[in-house]
Design a protein. Structure first.
Length: 277
Protein backbone atom coordinates (compact mmCIF):
# COMPACT_ATOMS: atom_id res chain seq x y z
CA UNK A 1 0.00 0.00 0.00
CA UNK A 2 1.29 3.45 -0.90
CA UNK A 3 2.53 5.65 1.97
CA UNK A 4 2.42 2.78 4.48
CA UNK A 5 5.27 4.42 6.36
CA UNK A 6 2.87 7.13 7.47
CA UNK A 7 0.83 4.52 9.29
CA UNK A 8 3.90 3.03 10.92
CA UNK A 9 4.75 6.43 12.35
CA UNK A 10 1.31 7.02 13.83
CA UNK A 11 2.67 7.01 17.38
CA UNK A 12 4.69 10.09 16.35
CA UNK A 13 2.10 11.87 14.26
CA UNK A 14 0.65 14.22 16.87
CA UNK A 15 4.09 15.63 17.76
CA UNK A 16 4.76 16.04 14.04
CA UNK A 17 1.62 18.11 13.63
CA UNK A 18 2.46 20.26 16.61
CA UNK A 19 6.06 20.90 15.65
CA UNK A 20 5.97 23.52 12.90
CA UNK A 21 9.61 22.89 12.02
CA UNK A 22 8.91 19.29 11.08
CA UNK A 23 5.68 19.51 9.08
CA UNK A 24 4.74 17.07 6.33
CA UNK A 25 5.25 18.70 2.94
CA UNK A 26 1.50 19.01 2.38
CA UNK A 27 1.03 21.25 5.44
CA UNK A 28 2.10 24.85 5.84
CA UNK A 29 2.33 26.69 9.14
CA UNK A 30 -1.15 28.14 8.53
CA UNK A 31 -2.80 24.90 7.44
CA UNK A 32 -1.12 23.14 10.37
CA UNK A 33 -2.87 25.58 12.73
CA UNK A 34 -6.16 24.83 11.01
CA UNK A 35 -5.58 21.10 11.28
CA UNK A 36 -4.69 21.31 14.97
CA UNK A 37 -7.88 23.33 15.54
CA UNK A 38 -9.79 20.54 13.78
CA UNK A 39 -8.18 17.88 15.98
CA UNK A 40 -9.00 19.84 19.14
CA UNK A 41 -12.59 20.27 18.01
CA UNK A 42 -13.01 16.56 17.27
CA UNK A 43 -11.41 15.61 20.58
CA UNK A 44 -14.08 17.72 22.29
CA UNK A 45 -16.87 15.81 20.53
CA UNK A 46 -15.67 12.27 21.26
CA UNK A 47 -14.84 10.36 24.45
CA UNK A 48 -11.17 10.41 25.38
CA UNK A 49 -9.29 7.21 24.58
CA UNK A 50 -12.37 5.59 23.04
CA UNK A 51 -12.49 1.99 21.84
CA UNK A 52 -10.33 1.75 18.72
CA UNK A 53 -12.79 -0.61 16.99
CA UNK A 54 -15.17 2.31 16.40
CA UNK A 55 -12.45 4.19 14.48
CA UNK A 56 -13.24 2.53 11.11
CA UNK A 57 -16.85 3.72 11.34
CA UNK A 58 -16.01 7.29 12.33
CA UNK A 59 -13.22 7.45 9.71
CA UNK A 60 -15.27 5.86 6.94
CA UNK A 61 -15.60 7.90 3.73
CA UNK A 62 -16.98 11.37 4.47
CA UNK A 63 -17.44 10.44 8.13
CA UNK A 64 -16.64 12.69 11.08
CA UNK A 65 -12.95 11.74 11.27
CA UNK A 66 -12.41 11.53 7.50
CA UNK A 67 -11.06 15.07 7.23
CA UNK A 68 -10.77 16.31 3.63
CA UNK A 69 -8.45 19.16 2.57
CA UNK A 70 -10.87 20.49 -0.05
CA UNK A 71 -8.51 23.26 -1.20
CA UNK A 72 -5.52 21.01 -1.87
CA UNK A 73 -4.81 20.91 -5.62
CA UNK A 74 -2.17 18.16 -5.75
CA UNK A 75 -3.52 14.61 -6.05
CA UNK A 76 -0.38 13.30 -4.36
CA UNK A 77 -0.84 15.66 -1.41
CA UNK A 78 -4.50 14.65 -1.05
CA UNK A 79 -3.54 10.99 -1.09
CA UNK A 80 -0.71 11.40 1.42
CA UNK A 81 -2.90 13.50 3.69
CA UNK A 82 -5.55 10.76 3.82
CA UNK A 83 -3.02 8.29 5.27
CA UNK A 84 -1.60 10.94 7.57
CA UNK A 85 -5.04 11.92 8.88
CA UNK A 86 -6.02 8.34 9.72
CA UNK A 87 -2.81 7.93 11.69
CA UNK A 88 -3.34 11.20 13.54
CA UNK A 89 -6.95 10.44 14.42
CA UNK A 90 -6.09 6.94 15.60
CA UNK A 91 -3.45 8.37 17.93
CA UNK A 92 -4.93 11.68 19.02
CA UNK A 93 -8.37 10.36 19.84
CA UNK A 94 -8.08 6.60 20.31
CA UNK A 95 -4.44 5.94 21.25
CA UNK A 96 -4.76 2.98 18.92
CA UNK A 97 -2.00 0.42 18.49
CA UNK A 98 -0.07 1.19 15.27
CA UNK A 99 -0.47 -2.45 14.20
CA UNK A 100 -4.24 -2.05 14.43
CA UNK A 101 -4.14 1.02 12.19
CA UNK A 102 -1.95 -0.65 9.57
CA UNK A 103 -4.38 -3.59 9.44
CA UNK A 104 -7.42 -1.46 8.61
CA UNK A 105 -6.93 -1.22 4.80
CA UNK A 106 -7.00 -5.02 4.62
CA UNK A 107 -10.63 -4.88 5.71
CA UNK A 108 -11.42 -2.97 2.52
CA UNK A 109 -8.94 -4.05 -0.14
CA UNK A 110 -9.86 -6.88 -2.50
CA UNK A 111 -7.73 -8.28 -5.30
CA UNK A 112 -9.29 -11.72 -5.68
CA UNK A 113 -11.91 -12.78 -8.21
CA UNK A 114 -14.22 -14.19 -5.53
CA UNK A 115 -14.56 -10.95 -3.57
CA UNK A 116 -14.78 -8.87 -6.75
CA UNK A 117 -17.70 -11.03 -7.86
CA UNK A 118 -19.45 -10.50 -4.53
CA UNK A 119 -19.02 -6.76 -4.91
CA UNK A 120 -20.41 -6.76 -8.43
CA UNK A 121 -23.43 -8.72 -7.17
CA UNK A 122 -24.02 -6.06 -4.50
CA UNK A 123 -23.71 -3.32 -7.13
CA UNK A 124 -26.16 -5.07 -9.47
CA UNK A 125 -28.75 -5.17 -6.68
CA UNK A 126 -28.25 -1.45 -6.09
CA UNK A 127 -28.57 -0.68 -9.81
CA UNK A 128 -32.28 -1.46 -9.60
CA UNK A 129 -32.49 1.93 -7.85
CA UNK A 130 -30.03 3.81 -10.07
CA UNK A 131 -32.75 5.91 -11.75
CA UNK A 132 -33.97 7.07 -8.35
CA UNK A 133 -30.41 8.01 -7.36
CA UNK A 134 -29.73 9.85 -10.62
CA UNK A 135 -33.01 11.79 -10.39
CA UNK A 136 -32.33 12.69 -6.76
CA UNK A 137 -29.05 14.41 -7.57
CA UNK A 138 -30.48 16.10 -10.66
CA UNK A 139 -33.49 17.43 -8.76
CA UNK A 140 -31.47 18.48 -5.71
CA UNK A 141 -28.68 20.46 -7.33
CA UNK A 142 -27.56 21.93 -4.01
CA UNK A 143 -26.81 18.50 -2.50
CA UNK A 144 -23.45 16.99 -3.42
CA UNK A 145 -22.68 14.68 -0.48
CA UNK A 146 -24.90 12.22 1.39
CA UNK A 147 -23.19 10.03 3.98
CA UNK A 148 -24.86 7.76 6.51
CA UNK A 149 -23.69 5.81 9.54
CA UNK A 150 -27.20 4.81 10.67
CA UNK A 151 -30.75 6.15 10.49
CA UNK A 152 -30.03 8.87 13.04
CA UNK A 153 -26.43 9.77 12.19
CA UNK A 154 -25.81 11.08 8.71
CA UNK A 155 -24.23 13.87 6.71
CA UNK A 156 -25.62 16.08 3.96
CA UNK A 157 -23.01 18.38 2.37
CA UNK A 158 -21.05 19.80 5.33
CA UNK A 159 -23.79 19.34 7.93
CA UNK A 160 -23.59 16.34 10.28
CA UNK A 161 -26.94 15.26 11.72
CA UNK A 162 -27.11 13.42 15.06
CA UNK A 163 -29.85 12.80 17.67
CA UNK A 164 -28.24 15.54 19.79
CA UNK A 165 -28.37 18.13 17.01
CA UNK A 166 -26.62 19.24 13.84
CA UNK A 167 -23.03 20.36 13.36
CA UNK A 168 -22.52 22.64 10.36
CA UNK A 169 -18.91 23.05 9.21
CA UNK A 170 -17.31 25.83 7.23
CA UNK A 171 -14.21 24.77 5.25
CA UNK A 172 -11.06 26.19 6.82
CA UNK A 173 -9.61 29.22 5.06
CA UNK A 174 -6.28 27.84 3.83
CA UNK A 175 -6.60 24.07 3.38
CA UNK A 176 -10.39 23.90 3.20
CA UNK A 177 -10.56 21.21 5.89
CA UNK A 178 -13.96 19.61 6.39
CA UNK A 179 -14.65 18.88 9.17
CA UNK A 180 -12.79 21.88 10.53
CA UNK A 181 -12.46 23.87 13.73
CA UNK A 182 -15.10 26.26 12.38
CA UNK A 183 -18.32 24.59 13.50
CA UNK A 184 -21.81 25.86 14.32
CA UNK A 185 -24.16 23.77 16.44
CA UNK A 186 -27.91 23.66 15.88
CA UNK A 187 -30.41 21.92 18.13
CA UNK A 188 -32.86 21.11 15.34
CA UNK A 189 -33.26 21.32 11.58
CA UNK A 190 -35.51 24.37 11.73
CA UNK A 191 -32.52 26.49 12.70
CA UNK A 192 -30.12 25.38 9.99
CA UNK A 193 -30.09 27.37 6.76
CA UNK A 194 -27.06 25.95 4.98
CA UNK A 195 -29.15 23.32 3.20
CA UNK A 196 -32.90 23.84 3.38
CA UNK A 197 -34.85 20.64 4.19
CA UNK A 198 -31.76 18.50 3.52
CA UNK A 199 -32.69 15.81 6.01
CA UNK A 200 -36.20 15.47 4.56
CA UNK A 201 -35.17 15.66 0.91
CA UNK A 202 -32.43 13.05 1.35
CA UNK A 203 -34.60 10.55 3.26
CA UNK A 204 -35.45 8.33 0.29
CA UNK A 205 -31.89 8.04 -0.98
CA UNK A 206 -30.68 7.38 2.57
CA UNK A 207 -33.18 4.53 2.79
CA UNK A 208 -31.59 3.06 -0.34
CA UNK A 209 -28.14 3.48 1.18
CA UNK A 210 -29.20 1.65 4.35
CA UNK A 211 -30.78 -1.22 2.41
CA UNK A 212 -27.70 -1.74 0.24
CA UNK A 213 -25.04 -0.98 2.89
CA UNK A 214 -23.73 2.09 1.09
CA UNK A 215 -21.55 4.48 3.09
CA UNK A 216 -21.72 7.60 0.91
CA UNK A 217 -23.00 9.03 -2.36
CA UNK A 218 -21.19 11.98 -3.88
CA UNK A 219 -22.03 14.03 -6.95
CA UNK A 220 -18.80 14.73 -8.76
CA UNK A 221 -18.11 16.80 -11.87
CA UNK A 222 -18.98 15.77 -15.44
CA UNK A 223 -22.25 14.12 -14.39
CA UNK A 224 -20.61 11.39 -12.27
CA UNK A 225 -22.16 9.99 -9.10
CA UNK A 226 -19.69 8.17 -6.87
CA UNK A 227 -21.38 5.52 -4.73
CA UNK A 228 -18.99 4.33 -2.02
CA UNK A 229 -19.91 1.06 -0.38
CA UNK A 230 -16.97 0.86 2.00
CA UNK A 231 -13.65 2.54 2.71
CA UNK A 232 -10.96 3.70 5.10
CA UNK A 233 -8.36 6.39 4.40
CA UNK A 234 -7.62 6.30 0.65
CA UNK A 235 -8.93 2.74 0.27
CA UNK A 236 -12.45 2.83 -1.19
CA UNK A 237 -14.59 0.52 -3.24
CA UNK A 238 -17.78 1.39 -5.01
CA UNK A 239 -19.37 2.20 -8.32
CA UNK A 240 -19.37 5.23 -10.59
CA UNK A 241 -22.58 6.16 -12.39
CA UNK A 242 -21.86 8.43 -15.34
CA UNK A 243 -23.98 10.33 -17.83
CA UNK A 244 -21.19 9.92 -20.38
CA UNK A 245 -19.46 6.69 -21.36
CA UNK A 246 -16.28 8.69 -22.08
CA UNK A 247 -15.99 9.67 -18.40
CA UNK A 248 -14.78 6.66 -16.45
CA UNK A 249 -12.15 5.61 -13.90
CA UNK A 250 -8.75 4.66 -15.30
CA UNK A 251 -6.54 2.23 -13.46
CA UNK A 252 -3.46 4.01 -12.07
CA UNK A 253 -5.03 7.47 -12.32
CA UNK A 254 -6.25 9.42 -9.26
CA UNK A 255 -9.91 9.97 -8.50
CA UNK A 256 -11.42 13.32 -7.43
CA UNK A 257 -10.00 12.84 -3.92
CA UNK A 258 -6.51 12.10 -5.23
CA UNK A 259 -6.67 8.36 -4.51
CA UNK A 260 -5.30 6.18 -7.36
CA UNK A 261 -7.59 3.53 -8.85
CA UNK A 262 -6.02 0.08 -8.63
CA UNK A 263 -8.97 -1.94 -9.90
CA UNK A 264 -11.57 -0.98 -12.51
CA UNK A 265 -14.30 -3.18 -14.02
CA UNK A 266 -16.90 -1.95 -16.50
CA UNK A 267 -20.33 -3.34 -15.61
CA UNK A 268 -21.91 -1.27 -18.40
CA UNK A 269 -20.38 1.59 -20.43
CA UNK A 270 -21.66 4.08 -17.83
CA UNK A 271 -21.53 1.94 -14.67
CA UNK A 272 -18.01 1.17 -13.44
CA UNK A 273 -16.87 -0.79 -10.38
CA UNK A 274 -13.68 0.56 -8.83
CA UNK A 275 -11.27 0.16 -5.97
CA UNK A 276 -8.86 2.91 -4.93
CA UNK A 277 -5.65 2.43 -2.98
Amino acid sequence: MRATYLFLLCSLLVPIVVCANNLPNFLTADSDKEYRATINHLRGLLPKNGIAEILPGLASPYGLLDVHPTKFTSAEDKNDFANFNLGVMSNAIFKADPNFVTSLPNRVLCNETSCRNQRVKAINKLLIQQDVIRVFFKDNVDITIVQQSDDNVFRVNNAFFTPAGIIQYQPSAVAGFVPSGDATFFKNVTNIEACNMCSTRSARVRDIMAKHHVTAMVKESYGVINIIFEGISNNHWGVKLSDNSDVKPVKGQPNALGYPYDDVIAITPTVIYYQSN
